[in-house]
Design a protein around this ligand. Structure first.
Ligand code: UD1
Ligand code: PEP
Length: 471
């Protein structure tokens, strides 16, 4: 089993460079499917497991994809499939973002129900509501959703989102670029990644206005061409290094971070007593030995990001006083609390609220990353804990952080990564693998059945809420 080993107590100092944003590059790579002419070149692409997965999805649809360091060339002129395979979609929720582009470009899309981090039920009803309003028929098969256009083009529509969903806003925005007429998305998500996607779409020839506000208007065009685009820096990666600097009483320059995208994180850190200096090419974080407790409530942008909640909780565990952390975006995003307790964090969860009694000393332990940001938060806590911590579940962390161990080691952390020794393929091992594969197939069929029943029930109730049980 792969693990990250941290010996806590080292103060971080120096400069760390932030990569392109995972949550921007995934929709942008999906949007490249919309170009029936020309090549797209995307710069500052982080080489993450999620990027490899979306690359495999795009390649399976017929896109030619070439990686050149941190740039990717994509040519989607000759798509030959409209089906995103289960094996890829289950790994990553964002693969569902190919549905909007496929529906607009090919008239049809068949996508397995998406997987992703286990942080809540994560329905996709708002995506589907948008596609239906634009004239798509939606049906559910054995564990997949199929959408097909009734006419030769989707139709512009007025769509009000019941929740300001990032993914639904992106999926609908992409579908609407090739629709006939104007689409408006009301109560749209306002995240910086929405603006980045709109900028890419506009450089492809789309007409998207209002991205970054609650009302986005898209005038449909007949076709789009490939374009050159540089992805925005990852605000969650930047925020994670800010917390890592603060928790070790360090002095770190986060190069490439955009302060405007991190306003709520910066405000909270300043309230706690962390020194922040914003400059054109990054943010310097300087931290005193002792920080103050603050309350944190996650909200859609420009509120405090849910993707920074667990890292912030790590910092609150060592700050003086009691903090109340309220998670309002996802209903099950406190899985890290049990792991924090193993490091002697003092936290009590009551529904969507966690009460953190800060100021206690953390002690190293063996812990497991339950999801991507939980993994990053455990690393932050381990940097401060006395003694050695071993963090497993590293595949979650690899979804969102490029070279996190190397980057932290370069700042002075005592951190290494151990990979498992490859096991010899014996006959017995092959037999075990065959049985495991058979069981997995059985499990997939069960999941599909449960999802199908839920879908049918909700469709009857006109809710269209699909809740994959394994997400
Ligand atoms: C790849 C990517 O960009 N992932 C981010 C994206 O996820 P994602 O796009 O999945 O998150 P959403 O904004 O859609 O989800 C926000 C809330 O809306 C609910 N919802 C969503 C869609 C829907 O059709 N119906 C519905 O009820 C969800 O269950 C959740 O409670 O935004 C989240 C919220 O900032 C981040 O934590 C994720 O890192
Ligand atoms: C929850 C996250 O990712 P995803 O939506 O891809 O699961 C995340 O980036 O923290």
């Amino acid at each position: 089993m792969s693990k990250i080993i941290v010996r806590g107590g080292q103060r971080l100092s120096g400069t760390v460079r932030v990569n392109g944003a995972k949550n921007s590059v995934l929709p942008i790579l999906a949007a490249s499917l919309l170009a029936n002419e020309g090549e797209s070149v995307i710069h500052d692409v982080p080489l993450l497991d999620d990027v490899i997965t979306i690359h495999q999805v795009l390649a399976s649809l017929g896109t030619e994809v070439t990686f050149d360091n941190d740039s990717v060339r994509l040519n989607a002129e000759q798509l030959h499939s409209y089906e995103a395979p289960y094996d890829l979609v289950r790994k990553m929720r964002a693969s569902f973002l190919v549905m909007g582009p496929l529906l607009a470009r090919m008239g049809c899309a068949r996508i397995s129900l998406p997987g992703g981090c286990a942080i809540g039920t994560r329905p996709i009803d708002q995506h589907l509501k948008g596609f239906e309003a634009m004239g798509a028929d939606i049906t559910l098969g054995q564990g997949f959703i199929e959408a097909s256009r009734k006419d030769s083009r989707l139709k512009g529509a007025k769509i009000y989102l019941d929740v300001a969903s990032v993914g639904a806003t992106q999926n609908i925005m992409m579908a609407a670029t090739l629709a006939e007429g104007t689409t408006t998305i009301e109560n749209a998500a306002k995240e910086p990644e929405i603006v980045d996607l709109a900028n890419y779409l506009n450089s492809m020839g789309a007409v998207v206005r209002g991205a970054g506000t609650g009302m986005i208007r898209i005038e449909g065009v007949e076709s789009l061409q490939g374009a050159v685009h540089t992805v925005i820096p990852d605000r969650v990666e930047a925020g994670t290094y800010m917390v890592a600097a603060a928790i070790t009483g360090g002095d770190v320059f986060i190069e490439n971070a955009i302060a405007d995208h991190l306003a709520p994180v910066i405000s909270k850190l300043e309230e706690m007593g962390v020194g922040i200096e914003e400059s054109e090419n990054g943010i310097r974080v300087t931290a005193p030995g002792q920080l103050r407790a603050v309350d944190v409530k996650t909200l859609p942008h420009p509120g405090f990001p849910t993707d920074m909640q667990s890292q912030m909780m790590a910092l609150l565990m060592v700050s003086e006083g009691t903090s109340v952390v309220t998670e309002t975006v996802f209903e099950n995003r406190f899985m890290h609390v049990e792991e924090f307790k193993k490091l002697r964090g003092q936290i009590k969860v009551e529904g969507r609220t966690a009460i953190v009694s800060g100021g206690t000393g953390l002690v190293g332990a063996n812990v497991c990353a339950t999801d991507l940001r939980a993994g990053a938060a455990l690393i932050c806590a381990a940097l401060r804990a006395e003694g050695v911590s071993e963090i497993t579940g590293t595949h979650h962390i690899d979804r969102g952080y490029v070279n996190i161990t190397q980057k932290l080691a370069a700042l002075g952390a005592d951190i290494t990564r151990e990979e498992p020794v490859p096991v010899e393929t014996t006959e017995a091992a092959q037999a075990v693998a065959a049985v495991t594969a058979a069981l997995e197939l059985e499990e997939q069929a069960d999941d599909a059945k449960i999802a199908e029943t839920a879908f049918a029930r909700d469709k009857d109730m006109k809710i269209l809420k699909v809740q994959p049980t394994w997400a």
